[in-house]
Ligand binder design. Sequence first.
Ligand code: FCB
Length: 448
Amino acid sequence: MGVPEGFRWGVATAAYQIEGAVGEDGRGPSTWDVFSHTPGRVRDGHTGDVACDHYHRWPEDVALMAGLGVDAYRFSIAWPRVQPSGGGPVNRAGLDFYDRLVDGLLDAGIMPAATLYHWDLPQPLEEAGGWMVRDTAHRFAEFAYLAAERLADRVGMWITLNEPAVVMAYGYALGVFAPGRTLMLDALPTAHHQLLAHGLATTALRARGAREVGLTNHYSPVWAQDAASPDDARAASAFDTLMNRLFTDPVLHGAYPDVTGLGVPDMSAFVRPADLTVIASPVDFLGVNYYQPTRVRAPSEGGALPFDLVDITEYPRTGMGWPIVPDGLASMLRTLRDQYGEALPPLYITENGAAFPDAPGPDGTVDDTPRIAFLDAHIAAMRAAIGEGADVRGYFAWSLLDNFEWAEGYHPRFGLVHVDFATQARTPKRSYAWFRDLIADDRRRGTG
Ligand code: FCB
């Protein structure tokens, strides 16, 4: 099964995971700088201070993308480079970096796809309450406006937020990601304020001439441990509501899913009726990040959440320990169609990929056969879903480079290109050549 005409093949990265240069050209601190420098937060004390040094080596990285033949590159714009304190006038030097990158991409024939928030909140905004407070949404819209003012004439796709569900759950509820707060279900306002930020930013971006605007969510099919158990089914529905539907229903249907009985705070305390209209501003696409399904069972007695997570052990796993279930991608695409029907905009797979413990062999090459198998199976699942009518317009592999994988530091390697973090040497892995050939094949057949 081919992909539709004009399909965009791409690779994805995020600012804090690759750029480094955290103190250069007026960049301010982000929540991730503070978090990674706090002992015990990130494995082995790794930080994004240098990362892949992409801030200086971007021409080499654009050349690597050109060698792959990708149509598009999804990167993120670091808010603390553009507005070091999270508000106020633009730091021109910060935006200059993205200006150069965007021009470099266009010269290489690659469409820039910019994400505005991939988790690096300016630290001063966190100190004022972060995503727990409404004001952050308004600050974000200003940042979006400034970024578009400079770049909208050349950026082809704008993604407001990356995975607001993960920010809520890992950042504010469980505290395993920045900013490390452990509010559990009281983190719910961070969902609303991020979605409000998305809606306000969508309007701001369009006002400055942005063409395609959307947001990227993390999606996971949810499995009840015992399909015959009503309690497990209830737990699965609770997880699905809080992690999938909470971030999609308001955008596409203009209403939150019913959260009564889940133990979350009363939403009327922070949701104003007119907010839903803002959040439901039309989007041109929805970004889907897919890595793995989730299995849950009924919560244990006295549990803080309306579900307990259960390991999925019957599938092979990646280096992250994540089960490899390609059909989960196809089933998620089906579910989105069933749930949202006509309201569902075109989809992009904005992230999909896997970490494996890749190392260069004696001849210097990196043979990452498991990654090739992973990508091949997931792309096949996507093609099958397209064959059944899913409107998927592009696929971005996570990631171009091995990079700073959040709380796991530099241990997991997700790249099509190996990075030696001691020397910054880049070595394309076997999967790089494989992906290059896949793109070229699709193009030859006139479908890509
Ligand atoms: C996603 C993140 C991305 C990357 C992958 C592995 O949740 O959006 O930055 O870390 O996971």
